[in-house]
Structures are given as C-alpha cells and as structure tokens.
Design a protein around this ligand. Structure first.
Ligand code: 13P
Ligand code: SF4
Length: 349
C-alpha cells in the first residue's frame, strides 16, 4: 500500500514524462489532492468548452463525474482517449432519467397537451438523454447559461420540457417570469403528470429529478443564519430547491460562486450552499473572509469524491504502460445526436 507522498511522486513523474500528451481537467467539486494536478479547472460549461485542448493531447484523464467524461469523449475526435479514474464516479441526478422513459414521456405529453414541446437537458445527464434532446431539436444547458438557453427554448416552441433537474428548471423558468402555476412536473416512475390546474395553462414541464447533495440545503438553515447574523450573505447553487434559492441572496454556478467570493470585501461573512470540497477550498483560500457551509453537516458529493490520489495514480500508471483502463466511449449514433444538443448550447454560450 503506497503512502500519499508516494502517490504524489508517481503522479508528478508521469505528468512530467507525458507532458502535452496528457490533459487533466478537474471540476470545482474535486478534492484538493486531485485539483493540485489539474491542467484546467472549471464549472460544467467551462469543462465542456475545453474540447480543443483535449484533442491536442492524446489522453484526457477527466477528474469529475461520468457524464462530464462522456461529453469530453463526444466533443473530441476518434483518436483521442478519455479516461475516468474511477468508474464509480457517476451522478445520481444523471441516473434519474433514461432514454426509454424520456421518449415515452415526450410521446404522452405531445398527445395529451397537443402543443409543440422543446426538450432541454441539464448537462448533468447521460449521453443517451442528450441524444434524445438533440433528436427533438433541443439543447443542453448548464447552470451558468440556463437563463439564456431557457429563454431561447420558450421562444422556439409552446412548451419547454426540462430534464432531469426540476430545481434548476423551476428556478430558471421562474427567473424568466414564468409563474409556478404554469409549471407541471413529470413523474417518470408513476408515468404521470403532476399538475393542479388546467392543461392549457402548462408552459413548462419539469422532470422529477434532483441533486441529492443540493437537496440537503433548507430554508430552515437560512433562517438560522439570518437570525444569528443578518449581515451574512447566503450564496447557493441553483440545483437547490426553489424555496432555498428564493430565500438566498445570490445563486449561480460553481464558477459564479467562486467569482462572488473573489470580489467579496475583506471581513464579509458568507454561508454557501454547494458541495463541500468547493466550500472548504474557498474558506481556506480566502482567510480574510468568514466562509461556512450553509448546512453544518457540509454535504459532500460522494461520487465526485471517488476520484482520489489512489485512483488518479493508478489510471495514469496504466496509461503510461500503454494499457489505459476506464476508457469512456459513447457509440457513434448516440454521439451524433448528443453533439447536436451540445453544439446548440456551445454556439449560444
Ligand atoms: P456547475 O459547476 O456547472 O455549477 O455544476 C455543478 C454540479 O453539480 C456538477 O455536477
Ligand atoms: Fe451529480 Fe449533485 Fe454530485 Fe453534481 S453534486 S455530480 S449533480 S450528485
């Protein structure tokens, strides 16, 4: 069993020897022990925009979750190899929708509502779901471009079908002036539309999916902070529920959260509602600010945390030995349609 110091030496050595043949992007939720080796860090949009840098290398070792590595594979050419250091690094939200369920829901909704429907999917979805969306004229969105993408979708067709994160969909549509009374929820388990009003009032259908990390932030936590110190700013990710986002001061993607903290006045106080590694890193990097997690139990994303020194060192060793493991490849048919959805987003971002 190697020590952390030995693993660090192994990773450094391989990175040095492989040079530009290797590209290592990392999402902001990755552990510090991984981020220290990143050639680039970013939110989901920034990571999707790195295709050119990836293609210039021979291997991309993606330090993030499975759907991000799939996107990297789909946006790079055939000769490029994308590796995910641990195949268990999935995303529970992405797994809340599959191709069979979405095609069936789209058909039922089209027949029942009798109006044109445009699907949009959060990038936190499988390649199969991105292909479903691409096939029906829709696009992907991230938390940093959701507002212009949803605005575009609402202008294109009569009804927006947003998946798989109901919270990002609801928060974004509401920010654009759509009242909650015009938003229905599609329950893929019961195959049922949840809506109190009349069908003709529906403007948005939200897939009943969520992020298990961001669901742990509550209005009660915000109230406690407000009572203890009204000066403390509440900054959350839009994967939090509508009520939490409405009660917060600011909300945005991980890149937006970092940017707000970068510009903050020394001495200001913050409670941040997003994944633990990022909150902890910000608290360490900005000691002149008072930064805490909105949830005192911190909220780690267990699957992001599967990528660690051990798995990173192992996957790099396999690459250097000419036997890469955990290669992420999306089949050409899925890629063709999913890339349509991704490109519709990238050209508008
Ligand atoms: P962003 O970095 O795009 O805000 O995404 C957050 C997230 O949950 C990624 O899984
Ligand atoms: Fe998925 Fe939530 Fe983890 Fe992001 S934080 S990877 S949405 S489970």
């Amino acid at each position: 069993e190697k020590t952390d110091a030995q693993l660090v030496t192994i990773i450094k050595g391989i990175k040095e020897r492989m040079g530009s043949r290797l590209f290592l992007p990392a999402h902001h939720y990755q552990k510090d022990e991984v981020v220290q080796f990143a050639d680039a860090t970013g939110d989901s949009l920034q990571l999707a925009q790195l295709a050119k840098q990836m293609t210039d290398a021979e291997y991309t070792v993606f330090c993030g979750v499975h759907f991000m590595a799939e996107t990297a594979d789909m946006l790079t050419d055939q000769t490029h190899t994308v590796v995910l250091p641990d195949m268990r690094a999935g995303c529970s939200m992405a797994d809340m929708a599959n191709g069979f369920q979405t095609e069936r829901a789209y058909e039922i909704l089209t027949n029942r509502l009798g109006r044109s429907i445009l699907p949009l999917t959060y990038v936190n979805s499988t390649a199969e779901i991105k292909a479903f969306v691409g096939r029906h004229g829709g696009a992907t969105v991230t938390s940093s471009n959701a507002v212009p993408m949803v605005e575009w979708a609402l202008g294109e067709r009569e009804i927006l079908f947003f998946l798989p994160d109901q919270h990002l969909g609801r928060n974004t549509a509401h920010a654009l002036g759509i009242p909650l009374e015009q938003m229905a929820v599609w329950d893929p388990i019961a195959d049922r539309l949840i809506f109190d009003g009349a069908d003709e009032d529906i403007r948005v259908v939200l897939w009943k999916g969520h992020c298990s990390v961001h669901e742990k932030f509550t209005v009660g936590q915000i109230e406690q902070f407000r009572q203890a110190d009204p000066e403390r700013k509440i900054l959350v990710h839009p994967e939090c529920s509508f009520e939490v986002v409405a009660a917060s001061d600011l909300n945005g993607s991980t890149a937006y959260i970092i940017d707000q903290i970068k510009r903050a006045e020394p001495g200001t106080k913050w409670a941040i509602g997003t994944e633990m590694n990022l909150v902890q890193r910000l608290a360490n990097d900005y000691p002149q600010l008072d930064i805490v997690s909105l949830n005192p139990f911190m909220c780690p994303c267990l699957t992001m945390n599967r990528i660690d020194l051990r798995h990173l060192a192992w996957s790099l060793e396999q690459i250097e030995a000419g036997q890469p493991v955990n290669i992420i490849t999306v089949d050409p048919e899925t890629t063709r349609y999913a890339v349509l959805a991704l490109e519709r987003m990238l050209e508008r971002s």
